[in-house]
Design a protein around this ligand. Structure first.
Ligand SMILES: [Ca+2]
Length: 266
């Protein structure tokens, strides 16, 4: 099998429950998205106990959220050393998921129960709470809306003022729904999402929902030495000021700055 066919088998295998019949093929099969392997620019230390659920850079400050009941925190991280500068605990023993920066706040989601929280930054004082339907997996923003994933192929675009759903986007690869969309990052007009239980990040066209490219992180997963299928690249951050892209994962010992071939983000 070629790399592309292996990838598509994985992605499409992840997109339908085993007992479901495969959707009827479309009349004209779309071309498979290109698959690229990123270059490693630099490796930084990463706290190995961190069950990473979200990563972002806001005003040149790196933030990370982590999961698991009773262990979930939102923290500011010193990039060169990987050390925690300050951290806040997700309340009530909830399972923390992703974070997004909006204005002078961070906002966070939790896996079950529909409870989201507001935090000041950089102080990380809890300032409020918000609600949403269903699960919360990760967030990012496109400058207009906050984008929320929940493990399904459907991304929600939230009005940042009200946190209500303004529109939805159904994500597909080769014309078929792609679920397990996980950590998000908006980079140069594309929504990047890692796909749970795979070493892949997909690049999504925010207008159509189609996957326009796939980033294969297999080499970084191997370097990180993680073997659990759940130890996925659940941290993706874009430093807009310096045009740098960072990835790390659940219990990875390192955080990587990467660059796509040709130096472009797309
Ligand atoms: Ca992110």
């Amino acid at each position: 099998m070629t790399l592309v066919s292996i990838l598509l088998a994985l992605l499409l295998g992840a997109s339908a429950a085993p007992h479901q019949a495969a959707p009827a093929p479309t009349a004209v099969a779309p071309a498979p998205p290109p698959v690229v392997r990123p270059e490693l620019v630099h490796a930084y230390p990463h706290e190995r106990t961190a069950f990473t659920e979200g990563l972002l850079i806001a005003d040149s400050v790196l933030y990370e959220s982590t999961g698991r009941e009773g262990e979930s925190v939102i923290r500011q991280v010193d990039l060169p050393t990987g050390r925690t500068v300050r951290q806040a605990v997700v309340p009530d023993g909830l399972f923390g998921e992703g974070i997004v920066a909006w204005g002078r706040e961070l906002r966070s989601v939790t896996w079950h129960g529909g409870r989201g929280f507001r935090w000041s930054r950089p102080a990380l004082k809890r300032t409020g709470e918000w609600r949403y339907q269903g699960e919360g997996w990760a967030m990012t923003d496109d400058g207009h809306h906050i984008i929320l994933s929940d493990g399904t192929p459907r991304l929600r675009f939230l009005d940042p003022e009200t946190m209500r759903v303004a529109r939805t986007l159904d994500v597909s690869v080769n014309g078929r729904p792609l679920k397990y969309l996980n950590e998000l990052e908006y980079i140069d007009g594309r929504i990047w999402a890692n796909v749970w239980m795979t070493p892949y990040i997909v690049q999504i066209d925010p207008a159509t929902g189609q996957v326009s490219g796939v980033i294969d992180l297999s080499a970084l997963v191997a370097r990180a030495g993680v073997t659990d299928r759940d130890s996925v690249a659940n941290g993706i951050a874009f430093d807009r000021a310096k045009h740098r892209i960072f990835v790390t994962g659940k219990n990875w010992p390192e955080l990587y700055e990467i660059r796509l071939p040709g130096g472009t983000a797309r």
